[in-house]
Design a binder for this molecule. Sequence first.
Ligand SMILES: [Zn+2]
Length: 188
Amino acid sequence: MSAPLLYEVRESEIHNTGIFAAADMEPNTRIVEYVGEKITKKESARRGIELMEKAKETGDAAVYIFTLNKRYDLDGAKGENPARYINHSCDPNCEAFIERGRIFIYSKKAIKKGDELTYNYGFDLDTWEDHPCLCGSENCVGFIVDESHWPKLRRILKRHAASRQKWLEGEAAKAAKPVKKARKAAKI
Ligand SMILES: [Zn+2]
């Protein structure tokens, strides 16, 4: 007899399908293994490009490839891998660990039955624009990016906001000009 599952898969408010705690859990509980196909970095890169092409067509930018080590990645897109439904959060309650070539999802803190399980996907900064974050946590940075990149991302977002503000002011100035002219014309 196997132990009862610590999770259940159902619809999520964060994104499509999610995984939820089926029981209260202590921190550091091994919840589920992230299983998939072990592939070389070369194959991983090929699939990554394929996914990007698909994302351009369908808008679905789901990534299920996990970095295993310097030589191999794990593609969890196909087959029985409920862990692939775990959503990203900027304030996650779980963490992924690699143990002897296998990936396991552990609770990071105490979790209550019914809570949605999340972890930080640890994405690189170079594709941040493709992965907006909808986690809804108070500290959400707005994009799915590894926490180590947050300070840099915040600087980028600040620059973006500043240039957008400048652009808006420029547009406002352009729009204001005809109004001024009209007023002058009205005086005459
Ligand atoms: Zn977030």
